[in-house]
Design a protein around this ligand. Structure first.
Ligand SMILES: [Zn+2]
Ligand SMILES: [Zn+2]
Length: 685
């Protein structure tokens, strides 16, 4: 049965709109440098708003796109990170305002999502199947085009939830050009969504859209992913590319990296197939999966945008200069900035490396582009929505209702259940391995403390886990059931080999770290942040500093605080793409990115006198058992072990998803009533 999370919503609307108090932004009706205390009425109650806003208004073109990808269940927003504090209700309100703005300007605005809707946060992952609660919340956004991600296909029940419910909500807007599923009724394979969508926009542009998943092979056996190279030879595809009616623009969506030389991308194959048939029709790509902000120029009439991950980023793309027969379209709307950049493929970037074999458009182009990566917070949304609504009413009734439904769902799913108060922020990459703020340093302590077999607790042990078992950073503040999914959503059990000679066991970690990365099936290689030094020192107006105090519920005085402050940018995304380094909507300082080893090791119950034990229990995650045995059996190590000696060290149900909550219950019991929240990942502590 589908979760009825929205049932309570209707009754909540009246309440919520009644408290839709004023929201002032830096860019509000008062003079530019005036700061007001904002009393944030939306977002999730615990979340805080950003203190640094966008650098400039968006460019609006003839056609414009808002793009989400890899949301992975983060519909509540980042409750403990100010830069990404908006929730899905705020996004619902924002999309409505932006659609209105587009109509006022006489241009098109399309909403696009490119998949991966769960595996990352409690709202999606605390239900079985994943997405039972979060998908209906997601569905409140009227997307024009969506496509499927690999995370919709690992687990059969999730694939069927996507097929039976999600795809039906969006109908022909849900594109799965190369993904089929076995219909449980007929036993026949059929497309989960539509293979393509041909449609005419409100302003009369004729669009042919596809949704192509990269050549993914990890799906369960009820689905079938057709390789791009095969798909482009299929008759339906050739017919769609050479459609009987005019095509002004191809929109190539896909859960697929936008960079042609990214090994997992199949966009190059699809692009080539379209380009070889239609040398001069513009193509606009929207990609995902690698969780980065990126913009690639494919040729002078084709570009592609990738919009990050986890509701941290909202992508914006504006395009002008499309030739079309429709008279309704304004090529450049008035009163707003317009796109000015031509698409020029860069020789120096990776896109160009592989273009030798790829056909490109060779005739001159009239197209002009702008792209922007928006931080996912209310300050950003309210700023860009300005002019489309009274400032006092950013939150629409529907948006407010969605926010309420998220709050209710979080309560119903127990996500706010508190395990402890994390005293600091621990990140995966922003600190060197072994540094105090590095999450793996914390995990070593946590593993030693709570991964204990009571009957063998005095036996010295080494505990090895792969760093890929961690999905996200751990932000300072209340550590809840929700955070157990956010930080470590996987459920791998702890196994061991008893009484391994220490001389052999101690060599395993280095061997694993020198070998191939053990990729958890659902783990991703993700480059979290691109690098480019931005040393802008801007004169921005900011909020008064917030006391992040849960008990006080951010009840700031309603009075005006007028102040002019000169601040340096807050840490966040600093992106370098084919258009340069000005894509980030809010200017940030770069968060450092340190390489981390494949695996980490904790030890416990070692002799107190500092001597080496003779034998140890060698404990490890179940799915790396064969790596462990192989390492022990290497000639230079000298072991003689087999997988048959491997047993569970503790209850199979105690997994990588369990040990941090267990640790929080032991170690983080201070300040439970009044647990301070940090500013976010990458901020100084
Ligand atoms: Zn993803
Ligand atoms: Zn993916």
């Amino acid at each position: 049965m589908r979760f009825q999370g929205l049932v309570a919503v209707a009754s909540a609307i009246a309440t919520v709109s009644a408290c839709g108090g004023e929201e002032h932004s830096c860019y509000g009706p008062l003079k530019d440098d005036v700061v007001l205390t904002r009393n944030v009425r939306r977002m999730q109650p615990e979340a805080s708003n950003a203190t640094t806003g966008p650098r400039a208004p968006l460019e609006w073109g003839q056609i414009n796109f808002l793009h989400t990808t890899d949301t992975h269940g983060w519909l509540e927003g980042h409750i403990k990170e100010q830069n990404y504090g908006a929730d899905w209700g705020d996004f619902v309100s924002f999309t409505r305002h932006m659609k209105q703005k587009a109509r006022k300007l006489g241009v098109d605005l399309l909403l696009v999502d490119t998949g991966d809707l769960h595996d990352g946060a409690g709202l999606s992952d605390a239900t079985s199947p994943n997405g039972l609660v979060s998908n209906p919340i997601f569905e409140n956004v009227d997307y024009d085009l969506l496509t499927i991600g690999n995370h919709e296909l690992y687990v059969t029940e999730i694939a069927y939830e996507t097929f039976s419910n999600f795809s039906k909500v969006y109908g022909d807007k849900y594109l799965t050009s190369n993904v089929q599923i076995k219909n449980p009724t007929s036993g026949q394979f059929e497309y989960i969504g539509a293979q393509y969508r041909y449609f005419t926009t409100e302003r009369g542009l004729n669009i042919m859209a596809f949704g192509v998943l990269f050549d993914f092979t990890g799906n369960s056996n009820v689905s079938k992913v057709i390789k791009a190279a095969d798909m482009v030879k299929e008759q339906w595809f050739l017919d769609a590319v050479n459609y009987k009616d005019p095509i002004d623009l191809f929109v190539l969506t896909g859960h697929n990296p936008v960079r042609f030389n990214e090994s997992s991308s199949s966009f190059d194959t699809v692009f080539s197939a379209i380009r070889s048939q239609r040398p001069d029709v513009p193509i606009q790509g929207f990609g995902g999966h690698t969780h980065i902000r990126d913009f690639a120029v494919w040729d002078n009439k084709a570009t592609a945008l990738e919009s990050g991950r986890y509701c941290e980023t909202l992508g914006w793309l504006a395009m002008s200069g499309l030739e079309c027969s429709a008279k309704k379209v304004k090529k450049n709307p008035k009163g707003v900035p317009n796109p000015t950049r031509s698409a020029v493929p860069l020789r120096s970037t990776s896109t160009a490396n592989s273009t030798a074999a790829i056909p490109t458009s060779t005739t001159p182009s009239t197209l002009r582009y702008a792209r922007r990566y928006l931080d996912w917070n209310r300050l950003t949304f309210a700023y860009h929505a300005k002019g489309s609504q009274a400032l006092s009413a950013f939150g629409t009734p529907k948006g407010a209702a969605v926010s309420t439904s998220i709050t209710n769902a979080r309560t119903a799913l127990n996500l706010t259940k508190l395990y402890g108060c994390a005293p600091a922020t621990y990140c995966q990459y922003c600190q060197p391995f072994g540094a105090p703020g590095n999450i793996f340093t914390l995990l070593q302590t946590a593993l030693s403390t709570v991964v204990v077999n009571e009957t063998r607790k005095t036996v010295p042990r080494l505990i090895i886990i792969n760093t890929g078992s961690v999905r996200f950073d751990l932000a300072q503040g209340p550590f809840t059931y929700d955070d157990s999914f956010i930080v470590s959503p996987f459920s791998d059990s702890f196994q061991f080999i008893p009484d391994v000679p220490y001389a052999q066991a101690k060599q395993v970690l280095d061997i694993l770290n020198a070998g191939p990365y053990q990729k958890k099936k659902r783990d991703l290689e993700s480059r979290d942040f691109a690098f480019s030094a931005l040393t802008a020192d801007r004169d921005t107006c900011i909020d008064p500093p917030l006391t992040h105090n849960l008990a006080a519920k951010r009840s700031l005085p309603a009075g005006r605080l007028i102040r002019r402050t000169n601040t340096s940018p807050t840490p966040g995304y600093t992106t370098l793409d084919d258009f340069g380094s000005d894509g980030d909507d809010t200017i940030h300082s770069t968060i450092p990115h340190y390489p981390q080893p494949n695996d980490l090791q904790a030890n416990a119950s070692f002799p107190l006198d500092g001597s080496a034990p003779e034998k140890v229990d060698l404990v490890f995650l179940d799915f790396i058992a064969s790596y462990i045995v192989n390492a022990l059996n290497r000639k230079d190590v000298g072991g003689d072990f087999s997988l048959s000696q491997v047993e569970y060290y503790i209850d199979k149900k105690f997994t990588t998803n369990s040990y941090l909550p267990a640790y929080a219950k032991v170690a983080w019991q201070e300040n439970l009533e009044d647990c301070p929240v940090g500013e976010g990942i990458g901020f100084a502590q």
